[in-house]
Design a binder for this molecule. Structure first.
Ligand SMILES: N=CN[C@@H](CCC(=O)O)C(=O)O
Ligand SMILES: [Mn+2]
Ligand SMILES: [Mn+2]
Length: 318
């Protein structure tokens, strides 16, 4: 309750409401299947980042993002709901167990026909997210993973998995999955990783091809990828954003994308009925400046939530 707090302009007039006035804090079992519902799930983990030799702090992101979301205006009608079912914590170094637990919860939320909104955590969050979605849709379904990220995250995982290995794990273990990354930094990934992406048939768009004036082509490629798959999950690695707007990440990108471009992609993707779920990962409050990355993360999460709940078809403008 302390986290979900903010300014109250009016106690009854719904047009004055903010997130903290409508969010339902519930145990998962008690979630009632009434109306369209987004369900927040926190994933307090930075074990993947630690294993990937990154800067620690991402485990503090779920509550930090909740605090900023709490203050935002809620502009959806009465029957649209937002619940928060709490946080899964990575205990010690047992990332695999935490990812399994996240997968179980995501699967249960999807089974209730609700939309999981996962607040990571290092980008290892995306693997737990995937486990839940795959379980829900079944092994035969064509599952497309859209990742908005400066990095491929296709590192080898023979010794251990990390925040740099998830999509290689998925592609090598799951022949019915496909992977599309938007925002790749040419100099944020070694040539070896570009070669690996080609070998694994990964589709990607470089950051330098995603600026104003290039979005028609980007949206066309997103549409095509969505059409080729039965179901889609969306993951956002916050280091795709320009470091001036998002300094609070483990590996900041000096040439990263503008927030408005990332917002446009989120809106475009979540406007499709095939898109089941969203995670935001890699926000690192310990590396942040004046909370600006946390706040931007909350605003982008708000875009996903309002697009999922707000009639999906409407607003896909840049
Ligand atoms: N999650 C991914 N992280 C990047 C880190 C890159 C860097 O430290 O510069 C990766 O593994 O490629
Ligand atoms: Mn990244
Ligand atoms: Mn990543």
């Amino acid at each position: 309750m302390d986290i979900w707090s903010g300014r109250t302009d009016h106690l009854e007039n719904r047009t004055s409401f903010r997130y903290h006035q409508i969010v339902e804090l519930e145990k998962m079992e008690a979630l009632k299947s009434i109306g369209e519902t987004c369900v927040i799930i926190g994933f307090e983990s930075e074990e993947g980042v630690r294993r990937n030799k990154g800067q620690l702090g991402a485990a503090k992101a779920p509550n930090a993002i909740r605090s900023e979301l709490a203050k935002l205006p809620w502009k959806l009608s009465n029957e649209k709901r937002l619940a928060d079912i709490g946080t899964i914590e990575c205990i010690g170094n047992d990332l695999e167990k935490a990812q399994q637990q996240l997968g179980e919860v995501v699967n249960k939320v999807l089974d209730k026909k609700m939309t999981p909104i996962i607040l990571g955590g290092g980008h290892e969050t995306a693997y737990g997210h995937y486990l839940g979605v795959r379980n829900h849709v079944g092994i035969e379904a064509k599952l497309g993973i859209i990742n908005i990220d400066a990095h491929f995250d296709l590192r080898p995982y023979d010794e251990q998995t990390s925040s740099g290995t998830m999509f290689r794990q998925i592609l090598e273990q799951d022949e019915n999955s496909s992977y599309f990354v938007l925002g790749i930094q040419r100099y944020g990934n070694t040539q070896e990783l570009f070669n690996r992406a080609d070998e694994l048939d990964v589709q990607y768009i470089l950051e330098e091809d995603m600026h104003y004036g290039q979005m028609t082509q980007v949206k066309k490629e997103i549409e095509k990828f969505i059409q080729e798959n039965d179901w889609i999950m969306l993951t956002l690695c916050t280091d795709v954003l320009n470091a001036a707007f998002a300094p609070g990440v483990s590996a900041p990108s000096p040439f990263g994308l503008d927030p408005s471009i990332v917002r446009a992609i989120i809106k475009t993707v979540t406007s499709h009925e095939k898109v089941l779920s969203f995670d935001i990962s890699e926000v690192n409050p310990m590396m942040d400046e004046n909370n600006r990355t946390v706040k931007l993360g909350a605003y982008l999460t708000n875009e996903a939530i309002t697009s999922f709940l707000g009639g999906r078809k409407n607003d896909t403008s840049t």
